[in-house]
Design a binder for this molecule. Sequence first.
Ligand code: GTP
Ligand code: MG
Length: 172
Amino acid sequence: MRITLKVLMLGDFAVGKTSLVQRYVEHHFSSSYLRTIGVDIYTKEVIRNEGKDQYLFQIWDLSGDEEFRFFRHDLYRGALGGILAADLTRKETMRSLPKWIDECEKHAISNFRIVFAGNKLDLLNNDMTHPNIKFFMDITESWDYDKFLVSAKTGFGVDKLFLTLFEHVINI
Ligand SMILES: Nc1nc2c(ncn2[C@@H]2O[C@H](COP(=O)(O)OP(=O)(O)OP(=O)(O)O)[C@@H](O)[C@H]2O)c(=O)[nH]1
Ligand SMILES: [Mg+2]
């Protein structure tokens, strides 16, 4: 039997939501910015237990644009969790993480699983001592969610990010 698991990509515009999904599903990266209009849906098959358990990981890649806010609310229906992404080079995208969590609390199921992604690590030259990394760690500290520093460009941390979300949602 194949089970479908719906998850969402969340976070401000241009933080790299589409780039992260494309890296994970299609193994490529594009440096041009094509903003997502509304939503795009990607799927990835995940096989477990020597082929006995088959999952269709359905990833809804939402627009981060404020103008789609009301449209977005309906898309939470049926979603078990999401990746909440910020751009490590833009502090305002990290400051808006609490606003996204409020949105999840209002529109998602009560045990919606969130995993934080600090994206574009390559633009900090992969420097783990960069002050923006401390900023990201501090701002996400109040929640007991897993967090990952990633780069859609290099692929660093991306598989681990999605697999962690997958492990959280198969147990709901
Ligand atoms: N250097 C670098 N650039 C990135 C990375 N991830 C995304 N980008 C670039 O950032 C820009 C925005 O990426 P998108 O993936 O379209 O962002 P988004 O969050 O889907 O944006 P919306 O659909 O408008 O909400 C693009 O120019 C990407 O190439 C990364 O890890 N490193
Ligand atoms: Mg997008």
